[in-house]
Design a protein around this ligand. Structure first.
Ligand code: CP
Ligand code: NVA
Length: 304
């Protein structure tokens, strides 16, 4: 049977995502009680990182260890991938040795090519187009603090990047309205926007996007691989910083999220990021661990 992959959020059906999230909450409770199940005993996860990471690397590595498995960290610097071995060959070879592969890379088509040749599940640990694991953690975090996002309004303020694209898919799968405030020239994927036009509104005004919203989300103005555009982006994103004044326009019980790393004073003020009345970024980061443990169980057929 062909393996299931998680390259984008919609690779899982709604009910499957809900099962993963329910299990994530359960795994969080079990961890707190010191009772991690050994549900992935003997399983090996290969992690290919073509970009830097703190949260993704540590949450996958710690997560599979807690469930009784092992992780291998592979970087282009010390594998044959960095010397030009085709990704298709790497996929076929790794599939004969490990049980799961996680990849963080640039072009999304690299992930698709890898998955097309893999005999084991492949997880997107972030590509230029999507960051679906982060969305699992974000949804889990909102659920914990405020309940389901269904019927609510989410405001995205900033770059129409991989996270924004993933929020568009999430709006459809989790049944919420998404308002994206994005400067001209930084729009998310046009095809995705068109496909989900019933749920997603694009504006140039952060104030308009945030008005009455239940969740306000932002991310860095310059993603990995865009380091040289930093100065230009800082000019173009002036007016898109999330601060207390902007949050005051949101619903009274609105939350603030950021996938991190955050650049204080740029996309978000230090005061808002550190304000526990709104900011749930540390829970959001922790939930990467629990959500991905549940995801790995699901993909390995170990989730009920
Ligand atoms: N949010 C996130 O994916 O963080 P890392 O880049 O540290 O993995
Ligand atoms: N959009 C950011 C997210 C980092 C976790 C990036 O791609 O660098």
């Amino acid at each position: 049977m062909a393996p299931r992959h998680f390259l984008r959020l919609r690779d899982l059906e709604r009910d499957e995502l809900e099962r993963v999230l329910a299990r994530a909450a359960e795994l969080k409770g079990l961890r707190r009680a010191g009772r991690d199940p050994k549900s992935l005993a003997g399983k090996v996860l290969a992690m290919i990182f073509e970009k830097a990471s703190t949260r993704t690397r540590v949450s996958f590595e710690a997560g599979i260890s807690q469930l009784g498995g092992t992780a291998l960290f592979l970087s282009p610097a010390d594998t044959q991938l960095g010397r030009g071995e085709p990704i298709e060959d790497t996929a076929r070879v790794l599939s004969r040795m490990v049980d799961l592969v996680m990849i963080r890379t640039f072009g999304h088509e690299r992930l698709e090519r890898f998955a097309a040749h893999a005999g084991v599940p492949v997880i997107n640990g972030l590509s230029d187009s999507f960051h679906p694991c982060q969305l699992l953690a974000d949804i889990q975090t909102y659920l914990e603090h405020r309940g389901p996002l269904a019927g609510r309004v989410v405001a995205w303020v900033g770059d129409g990047n991989n996270m924004a694209n993933t929020y568009i898919e999430a709006a459809d799968l989790f049944d919420f309205q998404l308002r994206l405030a994005v400067p001209e020239g930084y729009e998310p994927d046009a095809e995705l926007l068109a496909r989900h036009a019933d749920r997603v509104v694009l504006t140039r005004s952060p104030a308009e996007a945030v008005a009455g919203a239940h969740l306000v989300v932002t991310d860095t103005w310059a993603s990995m691989g865009q380091e040289e555009e930093k100065a230009r982006r800082e000019r173009d994103f002036a007016g898109f910083r999330v601060d207390h004044e902007l949050m005051a326009r949101a619903a009274p019980d609105a939350l603030f999220m950021h996938c991190l790393p955050a650049y204080r004073g740029r996309e978000v003020t230090a005061e808002l990021l550190e304000d526990p009345r709104y900011s749930v970024v540390w829970d959001e980061a922790e939930n990467r661990l629990h959500a991905q443990k549940a995801l790995m169980e699901f993909l390995c057929g170990a989730l009920g």
